[in-house]
Design a protein around this ligand. Structure first.
Ligand code: MTE
Ligand code: MO
Length: 275
């Protein structure tokens, strides 16, 4: 899956435009996401080639406090295609229709040479991990369903990586700390967990998904994976972990999504729990 042609022919991650495809077919699109970690720059597939159609929708949860500009854009998007309203849609030029979710129109590519994950804030030992550092730590593999707050669900998806609790323990969380804030090298997205949530054994700093290194489209080389919560908690392109005194609401949480995003017990939904 290293050629641009294969990338372009990949189906979209949330292909509700194709009613004849069942859920497992949709899942296959995740496996078909471009994975260019091996050759980050060599393939001449800059983000600018993509035609950006979508951005910040709030449709699935009601309009809430969306400013007029957002509402207008959302109407346009709704007419253009039916997709996860929390995501940007990218259409590659050959009409293959590949999409992924990002609130920004482009995201830099990072790999072994330049990726860093910083751990800081209310800790005794701030750290900056390279990919090699993270790979050298004990890895945990979990297989759970992924549930998006907009309704789609992907069964039995393997994620693998370092338990967040391990990184927190290594950093030495100071007394009085209560939460963790996550930031991303897309420059825009953020997430949060309470310290208790962050220390759960089913919360990973994920390096692999579906038994492959995480590709750029799915937030590689490193994303957060919060198994028991709606997928918006699983911040892609993770670059910063900051221990804080209080929960700082994340990108979508500032826009109306629940901060405690338990699958089946939040956001007004009753999905089967994922973990
Ligand atoms: N950095 C970043 N992380 C993100 C998002 C995003 O837009 N930017 N979208 C979230 C949402 S709403 C979902 S449903 C999932 C989608 O992950 P995927 O693109 O791998 O399917 O990523 C989550 N993490
Ligand atoms: Mo989402």
């Amino acid at each position: 899956m290293n050629s641009a042609d294969e990338v372009n022919s990949a189906p979209p991650p949330d292909d509700r435009d194709a009613p004849d495809r069942d859920a497992s077919d949709r899942d296959a699109s995740d496996r078909a996401a471009p994975d260019d970690q091996d050759a980050p720059d060599a393939r001449g597939k800059p983000v600018g080639r993509r035609v950006v159609l979508g951005t910040l929708g709030l449709g699935a949860l009601g309009v809430l406090a969306a400013p007029p500009l957002q509402r207008g854009l959302e109407s346009f998007l709704a007419a253009a295609s039916d997709k996860d309203p929390t995501g940007l849609t990218d259409l590659l030029p050959n009409g293959g229709g590949f999409r992924y979710y990002s609130v920004t129109s482009s995201v830099p590519r990072k790999g072994p040479a330049d990726y860093r994950l910083t751990v800081g804030g209310l800790v005794d030992r701030p750290a900056a991990y390279t990919l090699a550092d993270l790979r050298a730590l004990p890895q945990t593999r979990l297989v759970r369903d992924v549930q998006c707050v907009t309704g789609w669900r992907v069964p039995d998806t393997p994620f693998e990586g370092v338990r967040l609790s391990l990184l927190l323990d290594a950093a030495g969380v100071r007394p009085g700390a209560k939460a963790v804030r996550f930031t991303c090298f897309d420059g825009a997205y953020s997430e949060s967990l309470t310290l208790d949530q962050a220390r759960r054994a089913d919360v990973l700093v994920a390096l692999r998904m579906q038994d492959k290194d995480l590709g750029h489209a799915h937030g590689g080389p490193v994303r957060l994976y919060v198994a028991p919560m709606y997928f918006y908690k699983s911040a892609k392109w993770l670059s910063g972990i900051t221990v804080t005194g209080d929960v700082v609401p994340g990108y979508w949480e500032k826009r109306g999504y629940d901060i405690d995003a338990w699958v089946g017990r939040s956001n007004g939904r009753d999905d089967e729990p994922t973990s």
